[in-house]
Design a protein around this ligand. Structure first.
Ligand code: NAP
Length: 225
């Protein structure tokens, strides 16, 4: 396991690939996970083409987990539990799992401008209920637009509320600082993820009403430096 590597499960999709590009651009080794090895490899090729010299590889999700201590879950909410269960045997106490999922009502065939209730309180707490004991779960990146992440020439103007146990929370806040324009904000315990996840549904509605398909972001004012 490379201590600097960041594994992104479902990194073949919009949001995961955006994060992969940004972290690769920042010089971090990135492992793109997929259910299909060929899709993972193709996504890794895409990162290499956009970021010359990028340290990136594509593997199936379970093998990706074994490569790095940070594992970002980048699959639609409705596939979160299945994805965690598929890789859980590879998760150890050395891992920090980052939940980025939002329980959008699209999961039940309804719209993306509202969420559905999750028994555990949030997608992040659902993940925490599924990982083996000792694996730490942090919530982050739900309010960041995939489109903005993928525009490598531009900063991603957005605050990232990071919630979870203190040590891994700080670790993930430091990851935010790798991406120009992103700022990690200390979001306290994991239970606060429910507020942050809901904001994404609000942002999707704002994007539609204000006709900003690139994605509106969030900034908190008055925070000390
Ligand atoms: N898009 C955004 O702007 C945005 C913004 C904020 C947060 N998010 C969150 O980020 C996460 C990823 O969003 P996205 O837009 O990147 O999603 P996506 O493109 O729809 O899907 C991401 C990946 O999930 C995997 N996947 C699809 N169906 C699956 C299944 N049945 N089982 C397991 N994996 C499956 C696929 O990877 P493989 O086929 O390669 O396995 C796919 O490439 C979501 O939780 C979303 O709420 C997205």
């Amino acid at each position: 396991m490379n201590p600097n590597a960041i594994a992104i499960l479902g990194g073949t999709g919009d949001q995961g690939l955006g994060l992969a590009l940004r972290f690769a651009r920042a010089g971090r080794p990135v492992v793109i996970g997929s259910r299909k090895l060929d899709r993972a490899r193709a996504a890794a090729d895409e990162v290499r083409a956009a970021v010359p010299g990028a340290e990136v590889e594509g593997l199936d999700n379970a093998d990706a987990v074994a490569k790095g201590p940070i594992v970002i879950l980048s699959v639609p909410f409705e596939h979160t539990a299945g994805t965690v269960k598929a890789v859980k045997e590879r998760l150890t106490a050395a891992h920090v799992v980052v939940s980025m999922g939002v329980p959008l009502a699209t999961a039940i065939g309804d719209g993306a401008v509202r969420t559905v209730g999750v028994w555990q309180g949030s997608c992040a707490e659902l993940v925490a209920s599924l990982v083996p004991e000792g694996v730490q779960v942090v919530s982050a990146f739900q309010n960041v637009s995939a489109h903005r992440l993928r525009e490598l020439a531009q900063p991603v103007e957005c605050d990232v509320v990071v919630s979870g146990p203190p040590a891994p929370r700080k670790l993930v806040m430091a990851l935010c600082a790798l991406v120009p324009g992103l700022r990690g904000v200390d979001g306290g315990p994991l239970a606060n993820a429910r507020y942050v996840e809901g904001v994404t549904a609000l942002l999707i509605g704002l994007n539609a009403r204000y006709k900003v398909p690139e994605g509106i972001g969030v900034r908190f004012t008055g925070l000390p430096d």
